[in-house]
Design a protein around this ligand. Structure first.
Ligand code: SAM
Length: 147
């Protein structure tokens, strides 16, 4: 899908590589930046994913990690999140035959570290700076990193 979309903009200098985000096999300290969207939550070990990400980046490089934001239980925002994941996202996905691609979302979010824990994991992984910022009224979150 990404390859097909990129073909629409052939001037983008892209090359494609499929691999394990926990063990990419890419050289250390080679990259000036990285982004990950809705990936960290899906890794078996998000802390290990951040260690691998840090290994790839040059000192001073920046990275941004976007994902759902896990909120305090019982807050209005958390209840709203549960509502739209169950009643909107999964329901609509089921109608277009994609139920199994979205049904796991709520459970994966319950295992996902909260923003402040992501910041700590990133600092433990060796990032010089890590700041988690809520987006979309707290429903999503961006982990902003400097190597
Ligand atoms: C919600 S999808 C997000 C995909 C893409 N980033 C996007 O925004 O469309 C999460 C993906 O992470 C992949 N994934 C889980 N663990 C992985 C790993 N260790 N290495 C690479 N991909 C992994 C899953 O196979 C799944 O395709």
């Amino acid at each position: 899908m990404a390859r097909r979309r990129a073909a629409v903009e052939p001037w983008l200098p892209l090359s494609w590589l499929q691999g394990d985000a926990l063990d990419t096999g890419l050289p250390s300290h080679r990259f000036d930046g990285a982004v990950m969207a809705y990936g960290l939550r899906n890794l078996a070990d998000p802390g290990a994913g951040l260690i691998e990400l840090r290994r790839l980046l040059r000192p001073g490089a920046r990275a941004g990690v976007l994902d759902f934001n896990r909120m305090g239980e019982g807050s209005l925002a958390a209840r709203f999140q549960r509502f739209y994941l169950r009643r909107l996202v999964v329901t609509v996905a089921a109608q277009v035959g994609l139920r199994e691609h979205y049904a796991y979302l709520e459970a994966s979010l319950q295992q996902f570290p909260k923003g402040e824990v992501q910041e700590r994991l990133a600092r433990d992984a060796g990032f010089a700076a890590a700041s988690h910022r809520p987006l979309a009224a707290g429903q999503m979150g961006a982990l902003l990193l400097t190597a």
